[in-house]
Design a protein around this ligand. Structure first.
Ligand SMILES: *Cc1c(COP(=O)(O)O)cnc(C)c1O
Length: 453
């Protein structure tokens, strides 16, 4: 509880919510620093041009990706996931919480992104590709006019094998960085925190990735990775806490989503608001996507981050204005959650500050809740997500029940029935079947004990 006094000095008015946060109750927090897009964007260190540049780079790599990851061939090497309506789940939510959800309910299935089965297949893979391109251009092995499928050759793999890549991860980022780097020929080391699952470590080791395990949490794994990389000039460290490249790789999702919404004939404009609910760990994934969406839809999109009640690091950083200067441990929370990827005690300061003018709010969700929603999504829609990926699912209910101030303030109450809610389903496809069955069983048990107390 080192920092609690400092917190009190910062935001007296927020103390009731802070106390709830400390007692691990589920809360919805509305961001008082949300601005009109027009003024918010003037404070941003990144622009639409940066996102477009990332988009172009991914297009250059598409022929290579299609060649080395055949599952991406149908999409010509573009790593993208489906957007689906989930009407049966919507019905369940409405009945279970006695709360109508006005507007459409959709699931963005990043759980089914090719190559690494999670949201990290966006930012993580993008950053590795960008680094590889820089090296190859520098050494005049490649021009940006080339067909990048030439990278799938012994010549390039030998070249990249002189370089190494390192990353600290709770698991999913390690999968993305590890799989992509190893495929290109890099020496790659993943520093895994204690909560990382065994199957993820095994899978990476099978792909010739060095996995180093730590008995501490994510922040420590990152610190160790950074330290080791610092001493080696041929080693590139993927810095999940500060990387602009990761952030931009995620932001590309927005223009892809726009196309998918158009294909589903869902309009987003001043009469048709869009609400997006994104599970948040250190912040890069949800931050990048929210940033990309704000660039496209400006004040017509409303982004909310979702975090576990035991790891609400971004909420705490934003609420107190302390960003990465405070951790959930500082307010006495244990940062223990089954939500892989969300067990982060200290948020990215870069993401927190970048997203501050754009984020509508942030809420917390208990692990029990994640499991019961996981089970219901299987029963209603036949879709299997990992627990963390369910954090967004309760968003529309929370907003309708606890966010009426927000809806009124932004003139949204009347528009809700013409709007759309997108739950960002951030992972799940790579989870082994027996583990998925355990998740489902846990959800089932929790549902039963709730019904028969
Ligand atoms: C990493 C991850 C997130 C959150 O992304 P951050 O960039 O860490 O905020 C959400 N869901 C899953 C499944 C993840 O692996």
């Amino acid at each position: 509880m080192r920092r609690i006094d400092q917190v009190k000095e910062f935001e007296f008015s927020e103390l009731p919510l802070l106390n709830k946060l400390i007692s691990t109750k589920e809360i919805l927090w509305l961001n008082p620093k949300l601005e009109k897009f027009e003024t918010g964007i003037t404070k941003s260190p990144l622009t639409q041009d940066d996102v477009r540049d990332a988009e172009e780079r991914l297009k250059r790599f598409a022929p290579y990706i299609a060649k080395v990851f055949p599952e991406t061939k149908p999409m010509n090497g573009i790593i993208e996931s489906p957007l689906k309506r989930i009407p049966s789940m919507k019905q369940f939510l409405e009945q279970n919480y006695q709360q109508p959800i006005l507007g459409e309910l959709l699931l963005k299935c990043d759980s089914h992104l090719p190559i690494s089965g999670s949201i990290k297949a966006r930012g993580g893979i993008y950053e590795v590709l960008k680094h590889a391109e820089e090296l190859a251009l520098q050494h005049q092995l490649l021009t940006i006019q080339d067909d990048y499928s030439i990278l799938d050759s012994a010549r390039f793999r030998t070249f990249f094998s002189q370089y190494s890549i390192a990353v600290g991860s709770t698991g999913n980022l390690g999968l993305s960085i590890g799989i992509m780097s190893a495929k290109l020929g890099f020496n790659v080391t993943v520093h895994m925190s204690a909560d990382a699952k065994q199957w993820k470590k095994d899978l990476l080791r099978n792909k010739n990735v060095n996995v180093i395990e730590y008995e501490s949490d994510y922040s420590k794994a990152v610190e160790e990775g950074r330290l080791q990389a610092d001493g080696d000039p041929s080693c590139y460290f993927v810095d999940d806490e500060n990387s602009h490249d990761l952030f931009l790789g995620y932001a590309v999702a927005a223009s892809r989503l726009k196309k998918q919404l158009e294909e589903l004939e869902i309009t987003i404009d001043e009469h048709h608001p869009l609400f997006v609910y994104l599970p948040c760990g250190v912040g890069g994934g949800p931050g990048g996507i929210a940033f990309g969406l704000k660039l496209l839809y400006q004040d017509h999109v409303h982004c909310f981050f979702a975090e576990p009640t035991h790891s609400p690091c971004m909420l705490l950083g934003l609420m107190t204005g302390l960003h990465d200067k405070i951790s959930v441990q500082d307010i006495g929370l244990d940062n223990v959650t089954d939500a892989d990827g969300l067990a982060v005690g200290r948020p990215s300061g870069f993401v927190g500050k970048t997203i501050e003018p754009f984020l509508s709010g942030n809420y917390t969700v208990s692990d029990e809740h994640l499991y019961t929603l996981l089970k219901e999504l299987v029963d209603t829609e036949g879709i299997h997500l990992e627990p963390s990926a369910l954090a967004g699912m309760i968003g529309p209910i929370k907003l309708s029940q606890e966010g009426t101030d927000y809806l009124l303030k932004h003139n949204l109450t009347e528009k809700m029935s013409k709007g759309a809610h997108i739950i960002w389903g951030t992972g799940g496809n790579m989870v082994p079947e027996d583990m998925m069955r355990q998740y489902y069983q846990k959800g089932l048990n929790l549902t039963r004990t709730k019904k028969n107390p």
